[in-house]
Design a protein around this ligand. Structure first.
Ligand SMILES: [Zn+2]
Length: 225
């Protein structure tokens, strides 16, 4: 038995940061599709190379290939006690396949909910280092220079202008509703208020998982570290 978690949430919801925190706290890997695609490309597997070629041309990896790449990643040793998925599943088809892969093992689905106005505000404020690519610590005071390397902090290209930010949220809302619909009625689905301070979100998230997932599974994930 293992502790399996899916993290859902709009851009700038803090999903990636919370996924990393939870992964570290529970001793299981955080698996983001962006990371796996990069790893698979580097590892030089047939699927990885195919995915890399598509991405280099700016095209999307098909549902089927994405599922196979995730399947390959989930069979690696570090994921045997569980995983936290960030960015997958993205479609109902992928979610159905994941259910089949898990064959009845418990799956916690976390949706980080943040109002659009707050997300827009966060994207406006979000800065990334132009030199090392590091993000500013969430919640830290805005600075002109990177705390790590002294590089100039700039707005992320994909956070763009007001119209771009609004469009990203609309795309997310449109693409995520069928998936939320697929998961929402499950006893292991929780919507967490992501507009709170990161520490509060992490605490609520941890508590929700402890309530949803049987203690035996959680103990297993810890002991086997
Ligand atoms: Zn830097």
């Amino acid at each position: 038995m293992s502790l399996n978690v899916i993290m859902l949430g709009p851009p700038a919801s803090g999903k990636g940061t919370q996924a990393i925190r939870l992964a570290q706290a529970r001793g299981i890997p955080k698996i983001s599709t962006g990371d796996i695609l990069r790893e698979a490309g580097k590892a030089g597997t047939a699927l990885g190379l195919k995915a890399k070629a598509l991405m280099d041309r700016g095209e999307l990896v098909s549902d089927e290939d994405m599922v196979n790449i995730v399947r390959e990643r989930l069979t690696q040793a570090d994921a045997k006690n569980g995983f936290i998925l960030d960015g997958f599943p993205r479609t109902v088809g992928q979610a159905e396949t994941l259910d089949r892969m898990l064959a009845g093992q418990p799956l916690a689905i976390i949706d980080l909910a943040v109002p659009d106005s707050e997300l827009i505000h966060r994207m406006e404020d979000r800065r990334v280092c132009s030199k090392c690519g590091g993000n500013a610590e969430p919640g830290s005071a805005p600075t002109e220079t990177c705390a790590r390397c002294g590089g100039k902090m700039i707005m992320r290209a994909d956070d763009g202008d007001q119209a771009v930010r609004q469009h990203r949220l609309e795309v997310y809302a449109r693409e995520s509703w069928p998936l939320l619909d697929y998961y929402r009625s499950r006893p292991t689905f929780r919507s967490i208020n992501g507009a709170q301070a990161p520490e509060k979100v992490a605490a609520e998230l941890s508590k929700a998982i402890d309530q949803m997932i049987p203690a035996a599974v959680r103990a297993g994930a810890r002991d086997a570290r």
